[in-house]
Design a protein around this ligand. Structure first.
Ligand code: DX5
Ligand code: ZN
Length: 219
């Protein structure tokens, strides 16, 4: 069954504790942390101290699913690991040495993910699929919450699912951007394991939103 990874980008930064408590009470396992540098993407979000504070105060209640939308991710892997990230995902578009970077992240005893933006093809990461723990398919152009789902993500998810089954690969398939209760069914059907949603979770009643997502996961 799918899991939800709520993106804290849409949470209430003035009272994160309240929002995190609700996620915990609703049995959420993953939380998605969007790190933006204003260079790879035209926006700046949260960083290392925020993640460290969440880890310190929630201990091991959540798997910290960290999505780096930054240039030069290699430089910051140790800091994110020390802050408490359990999964570190970087973008294929920023790293020619992506295979080495996956090995480096895994050598720190955490999980390594690779992400592709809407204009990047799955074939650009084919040789990473036997070693990576997670593939993150962007279904919006990275940088902002609340955008519209881009449909080409569905074929990429299906293709990754096919390759995973055929070759016995271990990666989780994650989708990120524009996923709401109204359209989540199509990413589930395409074969997603992990579903990121920011505004779909935090806008309105968080508890009800999570419950509705989970009902749809159960089919
Ligand atoms: C966008 C981020 C997403 C974002 C998703 O660059 O990677 O994780 O928070 O937000 P929604 O679900 O609102 O599209
Ligand atoms: Zn994200």
């Amino acid at each position: 069954m799918c899991n939800l990874s709520p993106s804290l980008l849409s949470a209430n930064f003035y009272n994160l504790e309240n929002d995190l408590n609700i996620l915990y009470e609703e049995n959420i396992k993953y939380i998605h942390l969007d790190v933006m540098d204003g260079v790879f993407v035209p926006n700046i979000s949260m960083g290392i101290p925020v993640i460290a504070s969440i880890k310190k105060n929630t201990q091991n209640k959540f798997i910290l699913d960290t999505h780096l939308m930054i240039e030069n991710p290699k430089k910051y892997i140790d800091s994110f690991k020390d802050a408490g990230s359990d999964i570190i995902t970087f973008h294929r578009e920023v790293s020619e040495e992506y295979l080495e970077l996956i090995d480096y992240i895994k050598s720190k005893s955490i999980k390594a993910g690779i992400s592709i933006s809407p204009d990047t093809e799955v074939k650009s990461i084919i040789d990473a699929l036997d070693k990576v723990d997670l593939v993150l398919i962007m279904s919006v152009h990275p940088g902002f919450g609340g955008q519209k789902f881009i449909e080409n993500a569905l074929d990429k998810i299906k293709y990754l699912k096919e390759l995973k089954t055929k070759n016995n690969y271990n990666y989780l398939i994650e989708v990120d951007g524009g996923v709401y209760i109204e359209n989540v069914k199509k990413v589930i059907d395409a074969g997603c394991d992990l579903i990121v949603s920011g505004s779909g979770v935090f806008k309105g009643n968080i508890r009800n939103n999570i419950r509705e997502f989970k009902n749809l996961f159960r089919g």
